[in-house]
Design a protein around this ligand. Structure first.
Ligand code: F1P
Length: 337
């Protein structure tokens, strides 16, 4: 069961990722916008990392699927503006990310940074700088620790680029905190085992919306459950109409959003929905189930700590339904066009 092993040993890899980033020097960005890009899990990572990077550095960012960069370049790139493109790919060989880099090659206004778990690849070779995370060598088709590690690496990169020792010190605590989060591998088991729930919704806002989208993809990939994700308060604006007794909602809460989150939970429960809240919540927070995360680390940097619970939920659900998480249906490790 390499998927399970890769979820459970991600704290170890995070320690190495910290050392890698701690020892790296980066060129200063003099750009108008930093664009984060990738496919699938790596795109959801891009969307979370872009928002985190902007919050930490104050630089303008956006996240785009890699295919959009070569199919619809003019909707993203403005001539004469300067960009740093942060290309994210576990394999470094996904067709769209390579096509995007090749398409933009030779443009003097564009610098590129690759983040990958495989530095001997066309993507890494095409980029001006590389964050190599080759110590993360996943066997699994579904991305688990590669997501957490590449996100963590980009958060450390953001703190370095901003010269923010406060954020860097905050992030330094992540591997230890993820390690303790992983001691309770059963925190999501009750929901994973509950077969009366057939519809799953994941909610998260700001830089946590990318995590909610990734959690949706994990469950979809490992169990083929049709599931959705929304920016938390958007859920009330239409999608809430689908809530009934078969609906489970997983809400990623933050200190900044907790007051709004409590009301949202009550609204979902009133309609018969079952809510699991994951976040740094107090004992007075009311939900059907909770996974309480530490508030010793700021909302700005806590992302990696949510990942074990979200990945374990998908894994445990797959086992409960009789699927093999190591061999998800219709998927391969790398998609090539
Ligand atoms: C990204 C990706 C995965 C997906 C599938 C195929 O690959 O799309 O998100 O789960 O296994 O590959 P990569 O570019 O990060 O290697």
């Amino acid at each position: 069961m390499h998927t399970f092993i890769e979820i459970m040993n991600q704290a170890e890899q995070l320690k190495v990722t910290f050392d890698v980033l701690n020892n790296m020097e980066f060129e200063k960005n003099e750009v108008d916008q930093v664009l984060f890009t990738g496919c699938g899990t790596s795109f959801y990572l891009a969307s979370s990392a872009a928002k985190h990077y902007q919050a930490v550095t104050g630089e303008l960012t956006a996240a785009v699927p890699a295919s959009e960069l070569f199919l619809h370049t003019s909707t993203i790139i403005v001539p004469q503006k300067k960009y740093l493109i942060v290309a994210i790919s576990r394999s470094g060989t996904t067709s769209e990310i390579i096509l995007a880099l090749e398409h933009l090659k030779g443009n003097d206004h564009i610098r590129t940074l690759a983040v990958t778990c495989n530095k001997e690849t066309p993507m890494a070779e095409a980029a001006d700088q590389v964050i190599p995370l080759d110590h993360v060598s996943e066997k699994s088709v579904v991305m688990t620790q590669s997501f957490t590690n590449m996100l963590y690496a980009l958060q450390l990169y953001a703190a370095k680029q901003a010269g923010s020792s406060l954020d860097f010190e905050d992030l330094k605590r992540i591997p230890g905190i993820v390690e303790s989060a992983l001691t309770d591998e059963n925190c999501t088991k009750a929901l994973a085992d509950d077969l009366t729930k057939t519809r799953f919704i994941f909610l998260g806002s700001g830089s946590y919306n990318g995590l909610a989208k990734e959690a949706t993809l994990k469950l979809k990939e490992m169990t083929q459950t049709e599931c959705e994700s929304y920016s938390s308060l958007e859920f009330r604006h239409g999608p809430i109409s689908i809530v009934d007794k078969s609906t489970a909602v997983v809400l990623l809460s933050q200190q900044e959003t907790v007051a709004f989150d409590q009301d949202l939970v009550k609204d979902i429960q009133r309609l018969g929905g079952h809510v699991l809240v994951i976040g740094p919540i107090n004992s007075d927070f009311q939900a059907d189930e909770t996974v309480v995360l530490t508030d010793r680390i700021s909302d700005k940097n806590r992302h990696a700590v949510y990942m074990p619970a979200l990945q374990l939920l998908a894994f445990q659900r797959a086992i409960r339904l009789g699927f093999d998480p190591d061999h998800p249906r219709n998927l391969t490790q790398v998609v090539k066009l």
